[in-house]
Design a protein around this ligand. Sequence first.
Ligand code: FAD
Length: 307
Amino acid sequence: MLGPVILAASRSDRMRRLVSAAPVTKSVVDRFIPGETVDEVVPVIEDLTGKGLDVTMDVVGEDITTREQAEAARDAYLELVDRLGDLGLGARTEMSVKLSMFGQALPGGRELALANVRPVVEAAAAIGTTVTLDAEDHTTLDSMFAIHDELRKDFPQTGCVIQAYLYRTEEDARRLAAAGSRVRLVKGAYKEPAAVAYQRKHEIDKAYVRVLKILMEGVGYPMIGSHDPRLISIAQELAHRAARKPDEYEFQMLYGIRSDEHLRLAAEGHRMRVYTAYGTDWYGYFMRRLAEKPANLRFFARSMITK
Ligand code: FAD
């Protein structure tokens, strides 16, 4: 019951100001967002990759309101690419982007977001890595897929995300699987109405399995974005049935969540990528992590009381 309330709060400016200013919030946020600057996060990347994990890096931020902010987002990612280039790990260190941060919701948003994200995708390709377009709320997806199609003409490795909770996703998965895309499948983290999305956990889980089958049987590269132990073993079984080799799919999890499982899957020979977010505008990302597991909220509240 708490999840939807927290998701609604994630869109509230008043809550954003309150939570961001709370004196103890930062220490709780660190569990999910291990740095505010690229300098702070490079040692984290070195630590994760040193343990045999791959990463996808996200500069947090979304829902910007000016073209200058969209350009600043582009520049923050270009700075990140430079640093990833210095590490020399190629596709082991990729990036995830939210197109809303690149101007997607501003006037002329599709062209603007494409113009801002393209140099990042180009720079990524130049250091042997790639970019995945995150999925945001359902109103943004047609534009995200159009930008994905456009980028893939020059950079076919560009990935995208699909969300099992949306009714439209099976159809999207069929198209993407046939096109040979890199696709991350997640359950979905936004507050969506019943008109477009399953609301119950068991319905979402069933949809996840149906979509995963489509991806595994297709000719693309499935990226299983989940911490759910049941779905992870189903994914292993489906990969086996589809005769996929370990380098023909990968698991992905979020930094700070089930970290032992990251290492266990990597030790079993699976490719495991850790989605690692950093930056100062962490509010929306942080609130979605609280909404996914309301026990996190109790941890957060307790830390405020005991300080
Ligand atoms: P759940 O059933 O929610 O969780 C399974 C178990 O994992 C829980 O029982 C718990 O033990 C643990 N767990 C899950 N979440 C948390 C948490 N926050 N804190 C502590 N423990 C937790 N969503 C989007 O809408 N768009 C995206 O682009 C997107 N990208 C993602 C990228 C990656 C790599 C991952 C892993 C998730 C992404 N998500 C994205 C979020 C996703 O939609 C889910 O909200 C999130 O993954 C939780 O679902 P789950 O599959 O882990 O299953």
